[in-house]
Design a protein around this ligand. Structure first.
Ligand code: AMP
Ligand code: MG
Length: 331
């Protein structure tokens, strides 16, 4: 079965094509186009305009790269949520139009669950992980328990990527700011105390953000501030992830989302995993960031388990929660 997936929850419009290979995900193509705001954060309407402009070409390019014909596509999937309304609507509209014109079924999928399933589908040894999903808007610790993907911990305010970007922008860095903060942090020498907010299994970043901005205003070194942000925020993320692993008794940890490219975060989570005799897993970079292949793969899993969705049912849901998904494709 060949599945085409369209991702469009936020800044990225992506089209991926996958083939099921005896339960493993074979990625045939995976093309993304990312909207970069000239200044400030993501403007939903402008991001959606960007997606509208590129989606048709990205679909054609992806089909060409996969070396298939449109008639070979068996299923059209799209990111149903969570995300920015105008962006979601653009991807969903493109998916519905393609589904109707090819006369092939359509399937809306949960973006966060797709980040987890692509790990299982493509990484050898990844079977039942705890996912630490760290992106711009989302920060969640997700694992399968009693028939559903459940959120064991999440941010109570802003996503970790958003926290890094907001800090970066306030000191004049270019969006996305995570990579520059990572470089500066390498040169940091002095740890500056920052709020470490874990509430139960949840986590918060806005206090840390305010305090870090204040350090810079008060003349503390940028390198030290970046270093301290990373050490504090990533330690909190690692702690929540470890708690979820202990609670669920799982022995695999999977990273997903744009912030998962950060070497320091990887090292911290890897060390934690090693200390628990657990495996540490990260998808290849193109499958870690927002992409269409993961949407295509989850669409396939759902379809294969008997789920069907009519065009009328294919509405978007900006607040589509991870634990709202009925996971019928797993025992
Ligand atoms: P996503 O929303 O999953 O596409 O991820 C985008 C976020 O990842 C942005 O907030 C970036 O600042 C962040 N990001 C990208 N690369 C890095 C990095 N090397 N270190 C930290 N954050 C990063
Ligand atoms: Mg994402």
């Amino acid at each position: 079965m060949i599945s085409l997936g369209i991702e469009g929850t936020a800044h990225t419009i992506g089209v991926g094509i996958i083939q099921n290979n005896e339960g493993r995900c074979n990625v045939l193509s995976n093309i993304i186009k990312t909207y970069k705001p000239e200044k400030g954060g993501i403007h939903p309407r402008e991001a959606a305009n960007h997606h509208t402009m590129y989606v048709a070409d990205t679909i054609s390019e992806s089909v060409k790269k996969a070396k298939i014909d449109f008639s070979e596509v068996d299923l059209v999937s799209f990111s149903q949520g969570p995300g920015l309304g105008p962006c979601l609507r653009t991807a969903a509209t493109a998916a519905r139009a393609l589904s109707l014109s090819l006369d092939k079924p359509v399937m809306g999928v949960n973006h966060c669950v797709a980040h987890l399933e692509i790990g299982i589908g493509t990484i050898t040894g990844c079977k039942d992980p705890v996912l630490l999903y760290v992106s711009g808007a989302n920060t969640q610790v997700i694992a399968f328990a009693e028939g559903k993907y459940r959120v064991f911990g999440e941010t109570l305010d802003i996503g970790i990527g958003n926290c890094l970007d907001k800090f970066g922008r306030s000191v004049g860095m270019e969006f996305p700011c995570g990579p520059e903060i990572e470089e500066l942090a390498k040169k940091g020498e002095k740890y500056l105390e920052l709020p470490y907010s874990i509430k139960g299994m949840d986590i918060a970043f806005s206090g840390l953000l305010t305090a870090a901005e204040q350090y810079v205003r008060n003349g503390k070194k940028m390198e030290d501030t970046c270093y301290s942000i990373q050490e504090t925020a990533f330690a909190a993320l690692t702690e929540v992830t470890e708690r979820a692993m202990a609670h669920t008794e799982k022995d695999e940890v999977l990273l997903g989302g744009g912030v998962a490219s950060n070497k320091r975060l990887r090292d911290m989570v890897k060390t934690m995993a090693e200390e628990r005799n657990a495996s540490f897993l990260v998808p290849s970079k193109d499958l870690c960031i927002d992409n269409g292949a993961m949407i295509a793969w989850l669409g396939f899993l759902m379809y294969n388990s008997g789920i069907r969705m009519s065009i009328e049912e294919s509405f978007i849901d900006q607040r589509f929660r991870t634990d709202m998904v009925d996971v019928s494709w797993r025992e």
